[in-house]
Design a protein around this ligand. Structure first.
Ligand code: SAM
Length: 434
């Protein structure tokens, strides 16, 4: 399973039955195997050449149930497949052939439900859509937006409005790992397992995937997910089925009102606040002494490539964010399949492009700033995770006495030399002093 996630390029035609089985497995996140699935099809020689006629793609998709399942189960994240399929969709619409290829049309409609309308189209297609009601959802799926309540703070108001438009992140099914992951991490640091009935918080839970995973990891605990965005919470309620999970609309600055907690997780949230340290302090105050916390914070070094990408679309970033603007942003990058922005999963959904390139507010961290915040908040650093075994092995070779990456000064120097070390965010594990 993990090999398909981490090395999709090594999947081959002989893996089809296994990969197809995983794609449909209710306990597996289909995003993890999407790229391996397309690689299986390419290795089997089933994907037509990119410049083949749209009708060739239509005949292939109509006959290939595995390819259609890939489109139906999760969002496509490979522009080299998206582009010919966009041409296919155009042909089906303009030549009025979608009725001749019903399974293909259904797969494109299901795929649009995942990407939310990010695939590019031109004025001719836009005009033709009014006469093709049964195929319009392949272009413009219904928007799920729920109005965001007003907030006094302007940054909170802007961030809430952003996530009211599109839920973020989109997901289909959460990975269901064997329970006990959090307890194993706590044991590594000499901490007792969570007691039955322990209270866990996911602050800024968005569309709920992390909260669902935490609730299945700790089935004896009570997990609360809070977020500002009614749109994301509605999306979360449709998908999360863990009986020990409660979701509610609440600003994380008020987390203490639903605490105290034995563990708090907050991923990709604090750096979107007007004052990230104040938000972090509110979470620390809601944590019991001895409780643990995992926060994921943007690294200003690994966000450099996003800043460079934003510079390329400087004429677009200040406009109101609409579906058409998101498509204009994508059009600037889509011919570069290997660009890191294009390889990012976020490039392939409406909410993802908004979050990645058009965010209302972000204030990225570096490791010295994290060190200062931990000291000020009375939090002890337990560990920082590095993405990927190669980076971890390299760190251990240089720093055999620091397996948990607690020497922030050394890690900072290392990150300056390897600015992409953290793949976007620092995963910080810490505990509140007793
Ligand atoms: C980038 S998304 C991350 C969602 C989720 N944690 C994940 O990793 O999938 C940021 C989320 O933080 C939420 N958020 C931002 N400011 C917040 C606040 N003050 N209180 C609660 N949630 C907030 C947003 O509504 C949004 O859902």
């Amino acid at each position: 399973m993990r090999r398909f996630r981490h090395r999709p390029d090594r999947a081959c035609a002989a893996d089809e039955a296994v990969v197809h089985g995983l794609l449909l497995d209710r306990d597996v996140d289909p995003r993890w195997i999407e790229r391996a699935g397309w690689q299986v099809l390419r290795d089997a020689g089933r994907v037509p050449a990119a410049d083949a006629a749209p009708e060739v793609f239509a005949r292939w998709l109509e006959a290939d149930g595995f390819a259609r399942d890939l489109l139906g189960q999760t969002q496509l994240t490979l522009v080299e497949i998206e582009r010919p399929l966009t041409a296919l969709r155009r042909w089906l619409l303009l030549e009025r052939r979608h009725g001749d290829f019903p399974d293909t049309a259904a797969a494109l409609i299901a795929q649009a439900g995942h990407h939310g309308g990010t695939w590019l189209f031109d004025a001719l297609e836009e005009d033709a859509l009014s006469d093709a009601a049964d195929f319009a959802a392949a272009y413009l799926p219904p928007l799920p937006g729920h109005a965001a309540p007003d907030h006094a703070d302007p940054v909170t108001r802007a961030v809430a409005a952003q996530y009211a438009g599109w839920p973020y992140p989109v997901w289909q099914r959460a990975m269901r790992d064997p329970p006990g992951g959090l307890d194993r991490l706590r044991a590594d640091h000499g901490l007792a397992p969570l007691a039955d009935g322990a209270h866990l918080l996911v602050a800024g839970c968005g569309t709920g995937r992390e909260a669902q995973r935490l609730a299945t990891d700790a089935p004896g605990a009570q997990v609360t997910g809070i977020d500002l965005s009614p749109t994301s919470l509605a999306y979360a309620r449709e998908r999360c089925d863990a009986p020990n999970l409660t979701l509610c609309e609440l600003d994380l600055h008020r987390a203490g009102e639903v605490g105290p907690f034995d563990h708090i997780a907050s991923s990709g949230v604090l750096h979107h606040l007007a004052d990230p340290e104040a938000g972090w302090a509110a979470l620390a105050a809601a944590l019991k002494p001895g409780g643990t916390m995992r926060v994921m914070l943007y690294s200003r070094f690994s966000r450099m490539q996003v800043r460079a990408a934003r510079a390329r679309i400087a004429d677009l970033v200040d406009r109101p964010v609409t579906p058409a603007l998101v498509r204009d942003v994508r059009a600037r990058f889509i011919d570069e399949p290997d660009h890191p922005i294009v390889r990012s999963v976020d490039f392939h959904s409406m909410g993802g492009v908004h979050d990645l390139l058009l965010h209302a507010h972000e204030d990225a961290f570096d490791l010295p700033r994290i060190g200062r915040a931990l000291a000020a908040l009375g939090l002890d650093l337990l560990q920082i995770d590095l993405p990927g075994r190669a980076a971890r092995d390299a760190w251990l070779t240089d720093h055999p006495d620091d397996p948990h990456l607690r020497d922030l000064a050394a890690l900072h120097a290392w990150e300056i030399r390897n600015p992409r070390l953290f793949n976007g965010m620092y995963p910080i594990w810490c505990a509140k002093r007793r």
